[in-house]
Design a protein around this ligand. Structure first.
Ligand code: FAD
Ligand code: NDP
Length: 653
């Protein structure tokens, strides 16, 4: 999309011309990458035709012996709250329910997760170099309640996983969890007024899997946004003769080292290939580069990589500047968010690369500009303004690339030519530097991707790159698959009242919720918000706000019914909310100039439809455009009188 700037009738300024050229360049780069096969260029590892690829999705970390020694969760067991997912989202639900006095009996809560333990993202991902990209003080949930002091400004994967266990310890959740169990379907039973969840418990090698039906008065979904690793459908991939794995299931038996020991001695003397240069590769590449004899980095689109500034937590700073008063963590989350929503607070508490990106408001909104009217002029003005806001940042990141990477040709190939918000911005003080090592080779495919794989390596532009080990850093199924339906995202069927399918509702009507957390026809079902709510760059903040709101609604409904509620959004309330969301959808026209990636469902979201039904469906799956702080205020005002307007509450029979 060509961005326009205000004052089009006057002679264009030098900056306007530069912006015009830049938007032309962005459009050309995006066009190179747009593919007719969109999302279907990938296959979910666990659905892959080849057994070799399918097995790459298995949990390498589960301690089956220890888990098999735990008492069995009985088929048919009944719980007040069944929570799908035991990552930070699932943990937040559980803690808030306990703290609200809603789950006092041992069997009240059952957390179910396909993983072998707590942590979600931080359970599955254990690749070398893994750390949170949002500073830990804002990212790690419940720091005020646990009293935990993160070791570094950006916590490592192992620390984040340990912290998930610390939360589980503190709120006694270990015996309330069913691990290694994939949920396939959930049905509301009008007769029993309960949710029934179908789960398969994988009990490890040599043990028969158990099929379970679990019942819950409430079903709370926290299935995450990036949980299903996928790979491009590359001819010959499964025939690669050497070790092959996805970064989301790192194979330390091949590489040597461990999640807490980055000495990857198994790579010594080896030619290693890695496909992908997203946020994962940015963290892993420097670690691999230290040990591999040769490292070939196969790039389709370069990431934008800014400075990191990792450092240990200073205990004095923690006491005097960070954890200074009650409510500090929410304040800090808001403070960080203010810089990303182009409404900066006076003091910059976090002061990192994230806080230099007001144009990230393109995808998370801003309280500063109100509703963007959906006229071509207003939209073009809005897009032009944000491109202008983004310019200093993208230029400085490109200049940084040039400064760091010594070979000018390599530096040019590592420069990102898309607006900041199109992909997760990356931060590293080691990634670009790694390309100065003589054993690290960038294979830039100029937006095309690799051609094929052979038993001996990868092929691009007719040249075979011989490899001993191949690492897939090719990302995950997009969270907005299926129009963002919580059912599709979770990979399950959800059937509400009268057997109504959630997918069918989303397909026919588009997203339909109140505040992004619950939908008419699906009583006592709540989900971590994705569409029709506000999003923050800090996903833990989004989860914090979402679970706080959900537990408030449940608390009020339970109080009204003596602890026996059926609570359901009315169709009037969700339609009214959908209208509010649709009115604000113009803001997000900023993604139209994006290079494909999961933000745009691999380019599928960029297809412009003239069909009014399709346009309405798209607009409904949009988000609150005025940023998280404004959304939070709206929720706080909504909650103030405790009436949970828009929900119908009745007692269970
Ligand atoms: P998750 O942590 O993804 O947990 C969801 C759980 O649900 C998973 O364990 C999964 O196994 C389970 N599940 C899903 N479907 C089913 C099913 N059908 N049956 C049974 N179980 C199921 N965000 C940030 O803000 N900052 C970061 O630094 C950051 N780093 C990230 C790094 C990586 C490598 C990835 C992949 C994502 C990162 N994210 C980050 C996004 C991250 O996913 C969230 O921050 C956060 O961890 C999400 O928590 P969650 O509990 O909602 O989801
Ligand atoms: P991404 O989807 O960001 O990256 C996948 C990579 O694979 C892209 O570079 C993609 O190129 C490339 N690719 C796909 N198909 C091909 C092909 N056929 N040939 C060559 N290359 C190909 O996945 P990540 O795992 O890196 O990150 C996913 C998300 O997880 C991040 O965006 C972020 O939200 C989160 N994350 C956060 C981290 C943190 O810092 N804490 C760390 C890791 C992940 P192209 O861009 O052209 O599609």
């Amino acid at each position: 999309m060509a961005a326009s700037t205000e004052g089009a009738s006057q002679a264009p300024s030098a900056e306007d011309l530069k912006l015009y050229e830049l938007s032309q360049k962005y459009t050309a780069e995006a066009a190179k990458r747009l593919r007719p096969d969109g999302l279907s260029q990938f296959v979910r590892l666990k659905d892959a035709g080849s057994e070799r690829l399918r097995t790459l999705a298995e949990d390498p970390w589960a301690d089956h012996a220890a888990l098999n020694a735990k008492p069995l969760v009985q088929d048919g067991s009944k719980h007040k709250f069944v929570i799908l997912g035991a990552g930070f989202g699932g943990l937040l639900y559980a803690v808030r329910l306990i703290e609200a006095g809603l789950a006092s009996q041992p069997s009240d809560i059952l957390l179910v997760d396909a993983a072998g333990g707590f942590g979600g993202t931080w359970w599955w991902n254990r690749y070398p170099g893994l750390h949170c990209d949002i500073e830990s003080y804002s990212y790690m949930p419940l720091l005020e309640k646990t009293g935990y002091v993160p070791k570094k400004k950006y916590s490592t994967g192992p620390e984040l996983r340990d912290y998930a266990n610390l939360i589980a310890d503190k709120w006694s959740l270990h015996d309330k969890a069913l691990f290694r169990s994939s949920i396939k379907a959930a049905r509301w039973d009008d007769a029993t007024q309960l949710w029934t969840v179908d789960a398969t418990e994988n009990r490890g090698p040599g043990e028969e899997a158990r099929e379970l039906k679990l019942h819950g008065q409430y079903l709370l979904v926290a299935s995450g946004i990036l949980t299903n690793p996928h790979v491009p459908k590359v001819t010959g991939l499964e025939d690669f003769a050497g070790p092959l794995f996805h970064t989301a299931r790192w194979d330390y038996k091949v590489t040597g080292g461990s999640p807490v020991d980055e000495k990857l001695t198994g790579l010594e003397g080896k030619r290693v290939g890695i496909i992908g240069t997203g946020a994962t590769a940015i963290q892993a590449v420097p670690k691999i580069a230290k040990y591999a004899k040769e490292l070939y980095v196969f790039q389709r689109t370069p990431s934008s990589v800014n400075w990191r500034g990792q450092r240990p937590t200073d205990p004095e700073e923690w006491k005097t500047k960070i954890a200074t008063k009650q409510g500090w963590q929410r304040d800090r989350m808001l403070n960080l968010d203010s810089f990303l929503t182009d409404a900066p607070e006076e003091e910059n508490l976090v002061a990192d690369g994230w806080t230099e990106m007001p144009a990230f408001s393109a995808v998370i909104g801003s309280p500063r500009y109100g509703i963007i009217e959906p006229t071509p002029e207003k939209i073009a003005q809005h897009v032009g303004r944000i491109y202008k806001l983004d310019l200093p940042h993208t230029e400085s990141v490109r200049a940084r690339t040039e400064r760091i990477v010594q070979n000018p040709e390599t530096a040019a190939k590592l420069k990102a030519w898309y607006p900041t918000w199109c992909k997760r911005p990356c931060f590293s003080d080691e990634y670009l530097e790694a390309f100065n090592q003589s054993n690290v080779h960038l294979v830039d495919t100029d937006g095309k991707g690799i051609d094929s794989a052979t038993s001996g390596g990868l092929v691009f532009a007719g040249k075979e790159y011989p490899l001993d080990i191949l690492i897939l850093s090719t990302g995950y199924v997009t969270p907005s698959i299926g129009g963002g339906s919580p059912a599709v995202r979770t990979g399950i069927d959800i059937f509400g009242r009268n057997g109504r399918s959630m997918d069918e509702k989303w397909q026919n009507h588009g997203a339909s919720t109140l505040h992004g957390v619950s939908s008419n026809g699906f009583p006592n079902l709540f989900f971590a918000p994705l569409s029709q709510s506000a999003q923050a760059s800090n996903n833990a903040f989004t989860l914090d706000v979402g679970t706080e709101h959900i537990v408030h609604v449940i608390e009020k409904a339970e109080a009204r019914t003596g602890g026996n509620a059926i609570v359901e959004v009315t169709s009037e309330a969700e339609e009214a909310w959908a209208l509010e969301i649709m009115r604000r959808a113009g803001w997000f026209a900023t993604v139209m100039g994006c290079t494909p990636g999961y933000v745009t469902s691999e380019g599928e979201a960029l297809k412009v439809s003239q069909d009014p039904v399709e346009m309405a469906r798209k607009a409904r799956s949009s988000n609150w455009s005025e940023g998280m702080a404004s959304f939070l205020k709206l929720l706080e005002e909504y909650r103030a009188d405790g009436s949970i307007k828009g929900f119908e509450v009745v007692s269970r029979a």
